[in-house]
Design a protein around this ligand. Sequence first.
Ligand SMILES: Cc1cc2nc3c(=O)[nH]c(=O)nc-3n(C[C@H](O)[C@H](O)[C@H](O)COP(=O)(O)O)c2cc1C
Length: 369
Amino acid sequence: MTDLYQPLRVGKVDAPNRIFMAPCTRCRADLDQIPTAIMAEYYAQRATAGVLITEGVNPSPLGRSELNQPALYSDAHERGWIPVVDAVHEAGGRIFAQLMHAGRVSFPELLSGAATPVAPSAIRPDPDFRGYAVRCPRHDRPYPTPEALDAAGVEREIGHFVDATVRAVRAGFDGVEIHGAGGYLPMQFLSSSTNHRTDRYGGSLENRSRFLMDCVERASEAVGADRVGVKLSPAFNFNDVYDDAPQDLYASVAQRLSACGIAFIEVSDYRGRHSVREFDPVALIRRNFAGVVVANGGFDRDSADELVKSGGADAVSFGSMFIANPDLPERFRIDASLSRPDRSTYYTTPDGDLRVGYTDYANLRLEVL
Ligand SMILES: Cc1cc2nc3c(=O)[nH]c(=O)nc-3n(C[C@H](O)[C@H](O)[C@H](O)COP(=O)(O)O)c2cc1C
């Protein structure tokens, strides 16, 4: 029977276990979006994950949703990631960069040259919806109406995803995960509430999938499909993004991604606010995708183990638990107690000390030594 400690081939890499780290934005890059030294330490501490997926990394100057988010669209960003990737590899780990483009979920102050946020259509998020943007001054206000991307803009933003993929692999990453979840730009194209376009990127389900598929196909051509993963959240309406027929949409997207032969799909099954629980998103993707399925959202050791043993997913990714327990696979293995994450230090730290709530969570083995 397959358990969490059976190795797993994920595209180009061999994962020694099926306990992955889910992407978690931590806002510890510098204001030019260049990774800092402490980020290398943080990710290396978590190198025993089967696969580490980084926090959202902006592929485009228009992709940012927080200050201090890292990016990967310049030579300086690319150089900045090398020590992070090297530290993880030296610690024996595997690491994919998550490419995250905020689209309409941003403020002009966060975008280079104070540009207007971009989206498939000029539809603003419900003004009552308050996003995260905690690292943006005056973030507690409605998001502005975005600018609809014209044809050249769509092409440009897809190009940014492809360039960032090439940069990621050149910097030494084992691959990239394209963020198609969470209500950010690719999901804004996928979803009927945010995409009212009448060109080939809007309307039919196939057209609404085109932005994501173009990014995936062109990234795959550039570096190989076995270095590309995708995150989807079919039953999650965070950032005020809805679809009229999500089961049809995501069955079709998963089938197309299957045909591309990508390394994995990470499926977020968030339970709680903003989630619709009319269907099981992990089972939906499993039925329609032949590659590695990584389930995510609210799992603990036993529920993860049960899902993998039942064949419902190949691996499970952990967000908040991995933030608080850098040695999570070992803790699960010996059934050790778990540290609880401190939400107040997710994105900011008191007195600007970047270590607090970041690199100062205990590693059991190191504590004993
Ligand atoms: C602090 C924090 C930051 C997050 N940032 C991201 C992100 O950058 N990209 C992303 O896809 N998901 C992000 N997430 C969501 C996680 O990847 C994951 O889907 C979610 O936490 C559910 O998994 P969990 O229950 O194991 O924490 C974040 C979650 C947390 C707690």
